[in-house]
Design a binder for this molecule. Structure first.
Ligand SMILES: Cc1ncc(COP(=O)(O)O)c(C=O)c1O
Ligand SMILES: [Zn+2]
Length: 550
């Protein structure tokens, strides 16, 4: 049965839609996906034994059809490592590390990207905007590349250059905003609004929360196992789940997972939540200590752990506060210095090189053990959320990012923003129409053009629709498949030649097979370029496109 969506504020229930943004009844953006749980768990328990250990093994409880072979990168299924040395050192022998560094782009955000991009692909979205402190943009970029989705990644200029280059390497459009992450989000929202593009809404993105759930499912399965090769005998929740948080999407999803397991009677109770922030940007810890239900934004975060620099957690804090209270959990902050020390200890004691944002969780663990909040008998799972690998600088050249320095925003915010955004990308890109009946071939051509950034792409799946599209939009260039059922490429060319408006539009013809002499002569001098599918490289193709548009 298809999942439904329930509004957290008014309770209204609607069918799930991947790109749906708010409750049709009350307008709330805070909603959650609901399933036919008895049926889902029955099907799960019958099939888990035979499924590989990746996040798609829980597909009955995910809002997408399933693993799409042309999208998956092997996400989820990370090991739960016993941390024997650290456990001994801290006097907490039942200490485990959920090693999320082992995701395809080396952070737990790969789960989010895999499920969310799958959902958006199912909804037909081919261009989107995301604002990120780094890792979300990296993960989304990898999956967007495979899905044929053009990604505009807005990052703050504080994000380390190696991470920005990794985003660019995947062919995303990197927009570097000089300012805080909260400002960066505002600029991204405005950019998406101007262009009518889908924008990722962080923790309000239903598919993303669902993706993060799989961390809870996996932990409970892994702890419940006696033998790692067996399907679970039982499910078991830890006493504590420790994670470093920024916007709080991780624990919101993870705890939805624990709740579903609890409601299904598979675990007795949810773990206590230990949410860790860095002192230089700890709005949630501050609000928790003061007993507030709403966090006051930190306007100028002061930390070297940029990944965790969400200054304004918004309503996510209110939900997390309730979770921490209900589970006997807590919020704790650690200094940058403690974070970097923990990073070194983790590497030396457990052979795990984590990025600072992940190390903050371990610094938090050390502190909570020292304070006696986490007890020596507790079973503790720490999420090691990420590991950063440098992307080679030399392959990208020097024009891999677009920069926004909204200094003038303070005086005339509206005008400053508009001016800055027009500098980043012109209102109108050259328009390329792809007329091609194979969805795979369309995606390939789209991807090659997208990764270069500066085209608007129009698509049609057959000759008839293609002609309509061309007559309506008068694109700057046409990429035309010859072999299509009914109205084929030859017929499209003939029709284009009949009208002076369309006769002059340059055409690149693609074909899956060698043309016969008769076919070649039928094309005559009409076309600018002929490309054999399976025999063209992305840069040759781009050169061709650029030359024809000029
Ligand atoms: C490595 C790493 N750890 C922790 C976090 C915090 O995650 P969240 O607050 O979204 O759960 C992030 C967020 O980007 C991250 O990339
Ligand atoms: Zn509602």
């Amino acid at each position: 049965m298809a999942p439904s969506v329930q509004c957290i504020d008014c309770g209204a229930s609607t069918p799930y839609a991947p790109a749906g943004e708010s409750c049709p009844k009350c307008g709330s953006e805070w909603r959650e996906v609901r399933y036919d749980y008895p049926a889902a768990f029955e099907s799960l328990s019958a099939s888990l034994r035979s499924r590989p250990f990746d996040l798609w093994r829980y597909r009955e409880l995910l809002p997408v059809r399933g693993p799409s072979p042309d999208l998956t990168l092997g996400e989820g299924g990370s090991p739960l490592l016993p941390a024997v040395n650290l456990g001994l050192m801290l006097g907490v022998p039942k200490l485990f590390i959920k090693d999320e560094r082992q995701g395809p782009t080396a952070s737990f955000k790969d789960r989010q990207a895999a499920v969310t991009i799958s959902a958006l692909k199912e909804a037909g979205i081919t261009e989107m905007v995301v604002a990120s402190t780094g890792n979300v943009a990296i993960s989304y970029s990898a999956y967007a590349a495979r899905a044929g989705v053009k990604l505009w990644a807005f990052v703050t200029s504080l994000v380390p250059a190696v991470k920005m280059r990794e985003i660019a390497l995947y062919g995303s459009q990197v927009v570097k905003v000089t300012g805080s992450y909260d400002l960066c989000k505002k600029v991204a929202v405005e950019f998406a609004r101007q262009r009518g593009l889908y924008i990722d809404r962080g923790a309000r993105t239903l598919a993303s929360i669902e993706a993060m759930k799989t961390i809870a499912f996996e932990i409970a399965e892994q702890l419940g196992r006696n033998d790692t090769r067996d399907a679970p005998r039982s499910w078991q929740a830890p006493d504590w789940y420790v994670q470093a948080i920024s916007g709080g999407m991780g624990p919101l999803g993870v705890y939805k997972g624990f709740r579903e397991l609890q409601e299904a009677g598979l675990i007795a109770r949810r773990p206590s939540l230990a949410a860790v922030q860095v002192e230089g940007c700890a709005p949630m810890v501050e609000a928790w200590r003061r007993g507030l239900d709403t966090a006051e934004p930190v306007l100028s975060p002061r930390t070297h752990v940029e990944t965790l620099a969400t200054g304004d957690p918004g309503r996510a804090y209110t939900f997390l506060r309730a979770l921490a209270r209900d589970t006997g959990g807590t919020f704790e902050s650690v200094s940058d210095e403690e974070t970097f020390r923990a990073m070194h200890v983790l590497a030396k004691m457990e052979g795990i090189s984590a990025e600072p944002a992940a190390a903050a969780a371990f610094a938090g663990l050390f502190k909570l053990v020292r304070l006696g909040v986490i007890k020596s008998s507790d079973l503790v799972v720490v999420n090691c959320t990420g590991h950063t690998m440098p992307a080679e600088a030399t392959v990208l050249g020097d024009r891999w990012s677009r920069d926004i320095k909204p200094q003038s925003l303070a005086d005339t915010p509206e005008e400053g923003l508009l001016a800055a955004l027009t500098e980043v990308a012109p209102a109108r890109f050259p328009r390329v129409a792809i007329i091609e009946d194979s969805a795979d071939a369309r995606r390939l051509v789209r991807r090659i053009l997208q990764s270069q950034g500066d085209f608007t792409i129009l698509e049609a799946a057959d000759g008839r629709q293609g002609l309509e599209l061309i007559r309506r939009e008068l694109p700057d260039l046409i990429i035309l498949d010859l072999m299509m059922p009914e109205v084929d490429g030859f017929a499209v060319l003939d029709a284009l030649r009949e009208s002076p408006e369309t006769a002059a539009i340059p055409v690149i013809v693609t074909t899956a097979k060698e043309l016969t002499p008769a076919e070649k002569s039928r094309l005559g001098g009409q076309i600018q370029s002929l490309l054999q599918k399976g025999d063209f490289l992305n840069d040759e193709f781009l050169e061709e496109v650029k030359a024809l548009i000029r």
